[in-house]
Ligand binder design. Structure first.
Ligand SMILES: [Zn+2]
Ligand SMILES: [Zn+2]
Length: 677
């Protein structure tokens, strides 16, 4: 971290940006990252550390500021800061006699230009984060876990854990509920005929009168795609950023759903029942992404869902490091953070690097260029538009998803569309090949998407020609690799040059890698940590990462969908679960395809079906009146194997003895026939 020299005695607030912040054993310490001073850390201030352990976590903000200033000055004058009695609690919700006694608070501020003798106990945390710090955190935890309080705050993930998709998290205080996101997932192999999967939200339906609002992080399908279905059953205001609500509105209109959409801006706070929800800006692969701090009477929950730390974002709007650090400084009870890329070392690359690659490709391509990416990737489409403008090409937008996105983001100001650059798809053949760019959907090899149809020669307006350059600006989602590879093969077969390799620099992830996740944990320093947005191993590794940074293992919680995380001001535990699972969406039907239907579809996928029908009477003279007829599908080719069908009919007739028909036990007869045939 670069540090600027600050004049001695400047106000602590001015120093916050340039200093690394630690919260250890209740002591708020701002320290200079200076390796030499770390060495001396162990020997100094041990007594103060022990005394400071008891400092209450939640303090009156004003007093905290005073404490900072006084403590800081005292330290700079070379004496220990006076211990301040402080029994002011922000909230008297918890009636715990042990919390009322006066306690000592210690504040130390160390200025950027420290003298050599000014060292902090927490510096050894930096020197060897994997060893000594862990023990210290554990001591803190043991001391603090002696106090209780009611578990009035609950966090219940209904989706998004153990998977990447259908994110939905319930935050409940007493009876009051807010819901963070409502996403969808795409069907897995074996979910035949299923279009979409959304979380089982029966818990919300049961408590529909207590649902006070939905708070949205961003407009990706795995965060808002389920809402058109959920909002049919649950009426509550939906809070989100301009673009998020803009894109959601399109989906709601399509599904004929009315909802009360309420726009919020970063750094805006809304009061929803007992919750104060404060939004702050994040950077991700879609503009207008926000995290949120949910302030509750028990403490603050910080939700940092999909994010990356993009230091040169396309729209110039940076992640709100300042606010996140400030919230961490005040004290965060629980952090929920994105685990998608926890397995990737280092830092994620900036979205801007993709633009440079685009320009290189656009300059050198002799023929038409066809680019595909996720329709929701506004920044990516933006960079295609800019690269096209710089290389004097016109752009045609193909595919409903992509056209919708451009139509919504353009007028809202999220897409800078250079004048006269867009052309109708029907016009591309009237322009020279080197003047044309086509943007389309199909980066995942989806069967009906633009690119897939072009690759199979089935697209009405765009035929792939030798000399075309196709840029696949996305990586296949796990499970889609085969279909994407097939599309790439088909494109090569048609004579196109396909650029799809990772090494080509045409795609970067929108999720934070390991070092960024560490940075967030260090900024927030939450008391408890719950990894979200990831398959189980990702959640596990993210929890491990937090532990490596010094968080006690017992303060990290890996949940399954439906489990209840309960919190008091001091404690956190997993306690019980609510109904969770999936709701399958098949065409317009929501939930009408259940497990039984899916099981049948699975059976049909593996074996054929034979239907035998006959009409009989059991009156007077029991006999077959008509049939038997046999119909089969996926069994044998009936025309060639008529003798087998004939044989089956004979066996069926033989089973229908007058005694059995008179008996009238159709169930038994049916079973016997099934077994015989
Ligand atoms: Zn997501
Ligand atoms: Zn996302």
């Amino acid at each position: 971290m670069n540090e600027e020299k600050k004049p001695q005695g400047s106000a602590p607030d001015n120093n916050i940006r340039t200093l690394h912040t630690e919260r250890i054993k209740g002591v708020d310490v701002m320290v200079n990252r200076d390796i030499e001073k770390m060495m001396a850390a162990e020997q100094t201030d041990t007594k103060d550390r022990v005394r400071a352990v008891d400092a209450p976590e939640v303090k009156n903000e004003k007093k905290q500021a005073n404490g900072n200033a006084e403590g800081g000055q005292a330290h700079r004058r070379g004496r220990k800061p006076a211990a301040r009695p402080n029994n002011t609690e922000q909230n008297s919700e918890v009636k715990d006699s042990t919390e009322r006694r006066p306690r000592k608070t210690k504040k130390v501020i160390i200025n950027a230009n420290l003298n050599d003798d000014q060292v902090s106990p927490s510096q050894s945390f930096i020197a060897n984060p994997l060893a000594s710090s862990q023990n210290r955190y554990r001591q803190v935890s043991q001391v603090k876990s002696g106090k209780g309080g009611e578990y009035r705050l609950k966090v219940i993930p209904l989706g998004g854990l153990g998977e990447v998709g259908k994110n939905m998290t319930v935050i409940q205080y007493g009876e009051d509920i807010i819901v963070v996101d409502g996403g969808l997932a795409f069907p897995e192999d074996g979910m035949f005929g299923i279009d979409l999967v959304i979380p089982d939200y029966s818990y919300l339906v049961e408590h529909r009168n207590n649902v006070l609002g939905f708070c949205l992080t961003h407009a990706h399908e795995d965060h808002i795609g389920g809402l058109p279905y959920v909002l049919k059953d649950i009426q509550a205001p939906v809070y989100g950023s301009t673009l998020t609500l803009g894109l959601l509105k399109g989906k709601l209109v399509e599904n004929k759903v009315n909802a009360d959409l309420r726009q919020v801006a970063p750094r805006e706070e809304v009061e929803i029942g007992p919750f104060k929800v404060e939004f702050f800006r994040l950077t991700h692969s879609i503009p207008d992404s926000m995290g949120m701090a949910v302030h509750t009477p028990v403490g603050t929950i910080l939700i940092v869902s999909d994010f990356k730390m993009d230091m040169s974002p396309i729209d110039g709007k940076f992640m709100d490091f300042g606010r996140i650090s400030a919230l961490g400084e005040k004290g965060v009870l629980l952090l929920l953070s994105d685990s998608t890329n926890v397995e990737k070392e280092g830092f994620s690359e900036s979205e801007r690097t993709v633009g440079y690659s685009f320009e290189k490709i656009f300059y050198s391509a002799k023929g038409r260029i066809i680019v595909t990416s996720f329709a929701s990737h506004v920044h990516r489409v933006q960079q295609v538009l800019w690269a096209a403008e710089r290389t004097n090409r016109k752009v045609a937008v193909v595919g409903r998803g992509m056209q919708n996105m451009v139509a919504i983001s353009g007028p809202l100001g999220y897409l800078d569309i250079p004048p006269n650059i867009l052309i109708d798809i029907d016009k591309i053949n009237s322009l020279p090949a080197e003047k044309v760019v086509v943007i389309t959907t199909g980066s995942q090899g989806e069967p009906l998407s633009g690119l897939t149809r072009m690759a199979s020669g089935a697209h009405r307006q765009v035929q792939i020609l030798p000399g075309d350059t196709v840029v696949i600006s996305a990586t296949p989602i796990p499970g889609n690799e085969r279909t994407v590879a097939k599309t790439v093969d088909n494109l090569f077969r048609l004579g196109a040059n396909v650029i799809h390799e990772r090494s080509a620099g045409i795609h970067v992830s929108g999720h934070a890698c390991k070092e960024e996740l560490k940075m967030l944990l260090n900024m927030v320093k939450p008391r408890f940590f719950m990894p979200i947005h990831g398959e189980y191993r990702m959640l596990y590794k993210h929890a491990l990462l937090a532990q490596q940074l010094g968080m006690p293992e017992e303060n990290t919680f890996i949940l399954e969908n439906g489990q209840i995380l309960e919190l008091s001001r001091r404690h956190c535990r997993i306690n019980g679960s609510v109904a969770s699972g999936i709701v399958l969406i098949d065409g317009l039907g929501v939930g009408d395809v259940g497990n039984t239907v899916l099981k049948d579809r699975r059976l049909f996928s593996e074996s054929g079906v034979i239907v035998l029908s006959l009409i009989y009477t059991k009156q007077k003279k029991p006999r077959i009146i008509a049939g038997p007829e046999i119909y089969s599908r996926g069994f044998i080719f009936e025309k060639e194997y008529e003798h087998i069908i004939g044989e089956m009919k004979e066996k069926a007739v033989a089973l229908c003895t007058p005694e059995k028909l008179a008996d009238g036990n159709i169930h038994d007869l049916r079973n016997q026939m099934r077994n015989t045939l």
